[in-house]
Design a protein around this ligand. Sequence first.
Ligand code: GLU
Length: 286
Amino acid sequence: MRTRHVGAATLAALTALTLAACGGGDVGGGDGGDGGDSSDGGGDSIKIGIKFDQPGLGYQDGSEYTGFDVDVATYVADKLGYSEDQIEWVEAPSANRETMLQTGQVDMIFATYSITDERKEQVAFAGPYFVAGQDLLVAEDNSDITGPETLEGKNLCSVTGSTSAQRIKDEYAEGVQLVERPGYAECVTALTAGQVDAVTTDDIILAGLAGQDANKGKVKVVGNPFSEERYGVGLPQDNEVCEDVNSAIQEMIDDGSWEEFVMSNTEGTGYEPNADQNPPTPDACA
Ligand code: GLU
């Protein structure tokens, strides 16, 4: 009974959120603009932003969406009263995430999205639900790049709008040539083509890309993380769901689902989450 009650309350909150977002600016998506319901098929739906090109995290495989972020999002959406077929998956590239939340193109984002004070000026976060660390991906036979201090004179690829690119500019800019791409898969292509010496972003993202058949035996993760990336659920600043999302995350951790999602999505990559930092406890909502 209690669950149903919470679900209904949350549904109302989310409907309000969708309406508010619609009023703020009509930007594509499935909503008609007038009325509150989504126009695509009757019941309410929820638009969730994920990555489409990060295997093991957020990945589009034909009409299927897979990965840890997809599993976490599906679990949380279910607790909020949305079944899997009510979820509309929307690609949320690193550089577009804040804008997509501000304009109502998505209701929530689960996309390896680090909680930072700078981003909190534009959006809100529930979570964290995972903690990763920035690392480096290099060619399998590379032995001179062992950490961020060994990048002098090297060409490095990262993604526009990410904390990964920003940290290189802020802390390691001297002597490093940074190339920015819209996604990490493009960076890995540049690496295997010999156009850059390394790719940098979160270790779990790099592990997923390195584990792809096309890249196996060609690249390796250095394994020397140099930041703490706390993955949050991106929400519009003005939202009423943060507490419910946090409760869902806590339940996911407590009932063993979190562990199952981590294991099944990192299987075969050799990746292990930092056990001192995982699973994390969600922050209080602002
Ligand atoms: N977690 C980092 C960020 O939020 C890097 C991964 C990404 O670009 O999604 O910027």
